[in-house]
Unconditional design. Structure first.
Length: 597
């Protein structure tokens, strides 16, 4: 459904803690964000009705914009003067989002393809069960029973291959007889996307106890993935089953003009749209209280992963458990006792809505964010891979050996744009802090444009792009994306103090030159509306995009931070010696003007 020339658009996103509403209007010939309102999400008792939070957020929008949108509890459709909106769209991750289990025959092949299909549809993958995952049948049954997913995706086998393994997996699901999270009286949805020859057997086993749906095989032949039919079906079933049983969603679904989308699915759609329209490679990250989602488009392939246990409030202790206290402490530019730091992290988990009150607290939170982002990115790199299990012809000697490709598609030297979103990045007191958190976590190479989502509205614009791409794209470029500037980071290693990069800058003031040494970082302020011509001469062992020692010249647009030249080396490592490390961190942080002096 494509809407012709709307004058006023309302969009909401129901998050796990906050429901956010935005109003977009056509002013002259362009679409702009007018106001934003927010209210606590109301899926839990005493309200148990998601629409209450939505109406509260919309009422705030009405007051701020001086526009009448509600008639009682109904949204006025059709614009007449300062009344009504042309259409209303919404996304949601309230109620814990879409939680799925995936089952496949071979862990690194069909099971991984199934996990990619689920992640791309906006799901959190709770566990991956495979015939060869090393667990005993009763352990797998116990796991399925305990996790209570919203739905299960079952895959396995290429078309025409053996059916015994996938049939065994179906029998495990039947034996577990899992009960869904919401809605006691209905059957758990199971999507079968495996070998077509096994369809009848799967029907016989699962038809009675589950709401079974059959779609095309996600791995019809070894060389090809066919993820879209499974992705679309996951989305449909999410709406029909999970959302329909969550408190108040039936009412919300009647209010919206297009189906509600899972929040991460909407953000992914927006990242995909930007990459396609501008023909660039993009990485986007959305760090929330409970989860961190990473999106990427490389070689035209879109990938998305959810790190369900890495977040900045509810999941903050998981970040600590996964990375270790030393890795958080290495980013702190001051001395702190380990016990004190652990207690501060636990306090944040117990009181997830608190914000840092002192500069020290802020530095601690931003140190944790670097680790959460970096762990989520590592998980993403391991999922964003070429197909595994394909025979590739190389040299005579290994043509006969079956090679596993599985090389990650993520190429940081080829990355054009890095977008950050979520509270810790969008609401950082200084944009310089957001830029440095992204640089330290993702370690981009060469020349990379950096941007953040100004007030966290990517989900709204993602769902809007399905019905009116023009308004979504215009608001995204003008009101949503804050251009921070660029990071220039030569790849290569050296010793401290040696020359790495000669930088020549031409602007309206003339030509200036500087040399940056190994271990240094430098900020060149360039306002958003200015362009500069920059010529980079890397030393012999360093590469800024054209190969080692090769000159690169580029025309770069400024940003609210400017151009950060990072000569700390790739791969990057911090010194082991604590005193030296703290000294260096303070030097770098003051070089890029991160905190008040």
């Amino acid at each position: 459904m494509e809407i012709k020339d709307p004058k006023r658009i309302l969009a909401t996103d129901c998050g796990s803690t906050t429901t956010k509403a935005i109003l977009i209007e056509k002013r002259g010939d362009e679409y702009r964000l007018i106001v934003r309102g927010e209210a606590p999400t109301t899926v839990e008792s005493p309200f148990e009705d998601v629409t209450k939070g939505v109406l509260n957020a919309v009422r705030e929008v009405e007051e701020l914009a001086n526009v009448k949108i509600l008639d009682g509890e109904n949204i006025i459709k059709g614009v007449k003067g300062s009344e009504g909106v042309d259409f209303y769209v919404s996304t949601s991750s309230a109620g814990g989002g879409l939680q799925m289990m995936v089952a496949g025959v071979v862990l690194t092949m069909t099971a991984e393809s199934a996990a990619r299909a689920a992640l791309g549809a906006g799901a959190i993958v709770m566990d991956v069960i495979a015939s060869n995952d090393g667990r005993l049948p009763h352990e797998k049954i116990e796991r399925i029973r305990n996790l209570r997913p919203d739905m299960i995706l079952l895959s396995g086998g290429v078309d025409g291959g053996t059916i015994s393994h996938v049939v065994e997996l179906a029998e495990l699901i039947r034996a577990a007889d899992p009960k869904p999270r919401f809605g006691i009286g209905y059957k758990l949805p199971v999507i079968y996307a495996g070998n077509k020859d096994a369809r009848q057997a799967i029907l016989d086993i699962l038809k009675e106890n589950t709401a079974l749906v059959i779609v095309e095989n996600i791995r019809p032949v070894l060389e090809r993935e066919n993820l879209n039919p499974a992705r679309h079906k996951i989305h449909d079933l999410f709406m029909e089953h999970v959302m329909a049983h969550a408190p108040g969603y039936k009412k919300l679904m009647e209010m919206t003009d297009v189906p509600i989308m899972p929040t991460p699915g909407a953000v992914g759609l927006l990242v995909e749209t930007v990459a396609r329209k501008e023909n660039i490679t993009v990485i986007g990250v959305d760090i929330g209280g409970a989860t961190t989602d990473v999106f990427s488009v490389f070689q035209g392939v879109f990938n998305r992963t959810v790190s369900a246990n890495l977040g900045m409030s509810y999941s903050i202790s998981n970040v600590l458990a996964e990375t270790g206290i030393e890795n958080i402490m290495r980013w702190l530019p001051f001395e702190i006792e380990e016990r004190d730091l652990r207690n501060r992290i636990r306090n944040k988990m117990i009181r997830p809505t608190t914000i840092p009150h002192t500069l020290e607290d802020l530095k601690i939170e931003q140190a944790i964010a670097r680790e959460a982002l970096s762990l989520a990115f590592e998980q993403h790199k391991s999922m964003a891979v070429g197909l595994k299990g394909i025979q590739q012809e190389r040299t005579i000697s290994d043509t006969f050996a079956q090679t596993m490709t599985g090389e990650t598609l993520i190429d940081l030297m080829a990355l054009n744009l890095l977008i950050g979103s979520g509270g810790i990045l969008s609401h950082a007191p200084r944009r310089n802090q957001a830029a440095m958190m992204m640089i330290d976590a993702f370690l981009p190479q060469g020349i990379t444009k950096l941007a953040v989502d100004s007030i966290f509205m990517m989900p709204h614009l993602g769902v809007l792009s399905t019905v009116h791409e023009r308004s979504a794209t215009e608001v995204f470029n003008k009101d949503c994306l804050v251009p921070l500037g660029y990071c220039i980071a030569p790849a290569g290693e050296g010793r401290e103090g040696i020359n790495v990069l000669k930088v020549k800058i031409e602007d309206e003031k003339g030509v200036s030159e500087k040399v940056i040494k190994y271990g240094e970082i430098e900020l060149i302020p360039v306002p958003v509306d200015k362009k500069i011509k920059i010529i980079l001469h890397p030393e012999r062992g360093f590469d800024v995009g054209n190969g080692k020692g090769k000159v690169v010249d580029a025309e770069l647009q400024g940003g609210v931070v400017g151009i950060i030249i990072d000569c700390r080396g790739r791969p990057f490592s911090l010194p082991e010696d604590k005193k030296r490390r703290i000294e260096l961190l303070n030097k770098w942080f003051s070089a890029v003007n991160m905190y008040p002096r």
